[in-house]
Design a protein around this ligand. Structure first.
Ligand SMILES: [Zn+2]
Length: 409
């Protein structure tokens, strides 16, 4: 396996010497350009990177169409040279759907634009993973998403009205609305949209979100009331897997509902884990699912839990380089110290961006005064990969053999 000890040590020393702890100080004064950032001066060694982090992912919402060219420039001239090999793009309902014009955003991306991005990613060796939030995240603050605007009958909790002024916490415990996964008509609609987006982006992987689902198995739902929320959740995940599998498409999901967040369990709480008894679904979910295990404030060890349960797992960070460093180091150690069966399931790291792409790019180009910033974290992630690549990671140079996931036709 991978003798990573010395690389991790070297990186730690190096970061101390460069004053790491304040990422802006480490990189201060430089105005990055998209095509000639200092970190990309030396081309990365993809074989070395593949040994340490088979998946090096970047996740962001699809930008408005008028930023498509800038976005593709970023993909071609920043992500690709940095060694990023996976792009998770959050499409959601912001797409000009042909299969369901009633859900279409005519100003959203369409098939032609999607094909252009797909071709670019193919050329650059980047796996494109489109995302549509299924189940949860069907509203935001006081506004229903397009699906529930058009099909309010799919609402799991229609008796909870969206407020004029949204606040959290609130008596209804309304975070985001969900569709009812047991409504007899919902999948005919949402799966058409999934299929259209998967085809348009020529994808073999689809991310269904599935995070932060609070509205689930509601007692007042005529279909779900009284059901075990873990069973309802697992059934929906497996339904999506079963729909995608014949197309040779693999499901990805945010993994938070599968962790027990209670203080006497993980203690992760109700956001990056579950307090609603959905966590037991982990034993009922198809093991082909790629788990995206996100922790933004601490480097939690839950990737190990998913791997032991038999899932491939990617650790996801956001805006804190000190946490990202620990997460990346952990990923290397987990791969190094585990059995061959377990080791191969630790797949890598995903940089998530939760602002718009435009805001991210502005902060990336021009810097930011924010204490925590996705652009700064991405810069750190890139620098880590650069140093890891340059170290050679003391490997023989042969890329790790990553077997195809055990799913498909
Ligand atoms: Zn229901």
């Amino acid at each position: 396996m991978l003798p990573m000890h010395s690389f991790v040590r070297m990186l730690a020393v190096s970061l101390l010497m460069t004053g790491f702890g304040s990422p802006t100080s480490a990189w201060g004064g430089e105005v990055p350009s998209l095509s000639s950032g200092g970190e990309e001066a030396v081309p990365v060694n993809v074989s070395v990177l593949d040994n340490g982090f088979p998946i090096r992912a970047f996740s962001v919402s699809l930008p408005p169409v008028d930023q498509a060219d800038v976005f593709m420039d970023f993909v071609a001239n920043d992500l690709a040279p940095a060694g990023i090999n996976t792009l998770v793009i959050r499409v959601n309902w912001d797409y000009d759907f042909e299969s369901h014009p009633e859900l279409a955003n005519p100003n959203g991306w369409n098939r032609r634009q999607a094909a252009k991005l797909a071709a670019l990613c193919r050329e650059k060796g980047i796996t494109l993973v489109p995302l549509i939030n299924l189940l949860g995240h069907q509203s935001w603050a006081g506004k229903a998403g397009k699906l529930l605007q058009v099909y309010p009958q799919f609402d799991e909790k229609p008796h909870v009205k969206l407020p004029q002024e949204y606040v959290w916490p609130n008596p209804d415990r309304l975070y985001c609305k969900s569709y009812c996964p047991n409504h007899p008509d919902v999948h005919a609609v949402v799966f058409d949209c999934v299929d259209e987006v998967v085809a348009a982006f020529e994808a073999k992987n689809f991310h269904a979100g599935l995070d932060e689902v609070f509205d689930l198995a509601d007692i007042n739902c005529p279909r779900c009331g009284g059901l075990d929320p873990a069973r309802v959740f697992a059934d929906e995940v497996n339904r999506i897997v079963a729909h995608l599998r014949p197309q040779g498409v693999r499901l990805w999901m945010w993994a938070d509902r599968l962790l027990d967040g209670r203080p006497d369990a993980s203690g992760f709480g109700e956001w990056s884990a579950s307090l609603t008894n959905t966590h037991r679904a982990i034993d009922w979910i198809d093991r082909s699912v790629m788990m995206c295990d996100w922790h933004y404030r601490d480097a939690e060890p839950s990737a190990v839990y998913f791997a032991i349960k038999g899932f491939d797992v990617v650790t996801c960070g956001w805006e804190r380089p000190d946490i990202t460093q620990l997460q990346l180091d952990d990923m290397l150690r987990f791969r190094q110290h585990s059995s061959k069966h377990l080791s191969k399931r630790f797949k890598g790291y995903m940089q998530t961006v939760w602002s718009s792409f435009g805001q991210f790019l502005d902060e990336y180009r021009n810097g930011s005064d924010k204490e925590h910033c996705a652009a700064g974290n991405y810069r750190y992630f890139k620098s880590y990969l650069q140093r890891f690549s340059a170290s050679g990671a003391e490997t023989s140079g042969a890329p790790a053999s990553e077997s195809a996931p055990e799913f498909g036709i």
